[in-house]
Design a protein around this ligand. Structure first.
Ligand SMILES: *Cc1c(COP(=O)(O)O)cnc(C)c1O
Length: 353
């Protein structure tokens, strides 16, 4: 095996997916697993499909193409690039949209290819990331249902992404009522009312999801077992689906404060040091080129991450009961950002169990 590595326990991922399918299913809400954090690796996404997921979603067309081997519809989460319209018609079943010009291009391409492309209209309820402003949504829907080659199958929203707005009965209630208004006014059926991401789960537990919301797109909740509005653990889920592993290349006792005049570190930041005396420090062959170092937590609770440069990470192991040696592997939990970086780094070996 090569290090650094990230190990994936698919059984735990399957289990997390099934817990969430049950929990949301009881309220009539379907969950769509979001695969972007692990770069859409089909071997991993398969675990969620085995748990019963009926669709998969990713932000990038490259990942959606990788997922082709799995026989479920794919949703494109990021608003399409005009330059990718052809690829989207060919590879994506449903895309989330907010721009008329893009939807019109998708319509033309779909028509050329003799296909019907499904669209979810994204509505901005105040978080200020993507979406048609909520006051303009009903009118906007009218313009797109007239276009051939595409089918408006639903509406959706994204919260807690840019503005940090927390989903509640009021904002999601507005989404549901806009869906209703569009259905009545234009005499059509919207099968999807997509009420956001892992930050909407707290409403599921409190049974406060407004009637009409029937879908959530879940990334972090499945991979890390977190709801993301308040950062709580989701009861019964595994938080250790992923394990980051790096190898010790130096182990020495050294002072905790450098000797000499202190300038800036390799990243142009002026480091600060606390004098804890002589400490036992492990240097690991892993650094900022492999992951986001402030998003990791050693599994050995007595180990302390003290810093990192591009390819070295320093861990204080003085208080650890385990007697570490050069060549030993240390294990870490990762937060969402660190997980994203580790999967994206070509230097990190992906090990699928
Ligand atoms: C990433 C993403 C999600 C999933 O977000 P989580 O917080 O990981 O659940 C859902 N919807 C959209 C549009 C996204 O980009």
């Amino acid at each position: 095996m090569h290090y650094p590595a990230i190990k994936v326990n698919r059984e735990k991922l399957r289990y997390n997916t099934s817990i969430l399918i049950d929990k949301c299913g009881r309220l009539g809400i379907e969950i769509i697993p979001v695969t972007k954090v692990y770069c859409g690796m089909p071997e991993i996404a398969e675990a969620s499909v085995k748990a019963g997921a009926k669709m998969l979603a990713d932000s990038r067309i490259e990942n959606i193409k990788k997922l082709k081997v799995l026989d479920v519809p794919k949703m494109l989460l990021r608003i399409p690039m005009l330059s990718q319209a052809d690829e989207i018609i060919e590879n994506v079943d449903i895309s989330l949209n907010s721009e008329y010009k893009t939807i019109k291009t998708l319509s033309e391409k779909a028509l050329q290819k003799g296909r019907i492309h499904k669209i979810v209209l994204m509505i901005d309820l105040g978080d200020l990331r993507e979406g048609v402003w909520y006051e303009d949504a009903v009118e906007f829907a009218d313009r797109i249902i007239k276009l051939p080659g595409i089918k408006l199958v639903g509406v959706g929203t994204n919260l807690t992404c840019y503005g940090g707005v927390i989903p509640n009965s009021e904002n999601l209630g507005l989404l549901a009522s806009l869906a209703n208004e569009i259905e009545k006014k234009y005499n059509l059926k919207l099968s999807i009312v997509s009420g956001g991401n892992s930050s909407s789960l707290h409403l599921v537990d409190k049974n406060k999801v407004p009637k009409g919301i029937n879908q959530l797109r879940l990334g972090e909740a499945i991979v890390l077992g977190n709801e993301t509005a308040y950062g709580e653990r989701i009861e019964g889920t595994y938080g250790d689906v992923f394990t980051y592993m790096a190898e010790i290349i130096e182990l020495k006792e050294k002072p905790s404060v450098p000797i000499g005049e202190i300038g800036v570190d390799a990243f142009g930041e002026k480091p600060v040091f606390t004098d804890r005396g002589i400490r036992k420090r492990a240097i690991l062959a892993s650094g900022r080129q492999d992951l986001k170092v402030d998003g990791i937590q050693p599994r050995d609770k007595n180990a302390i991450v003290i810093g990192a440069s591009s390819d070295h990470m320093i861990i204080d192991v003085s208080d650890c009961s385990r007697e570490y040696r050069v060549g030993d592997i240390m294990e870490f939990d990762l937060d969402y950002g660190a997980l994203l970086a580790a999967f994206t780094s070509e230097y990190v070996e992906k090990v699928i169990e």
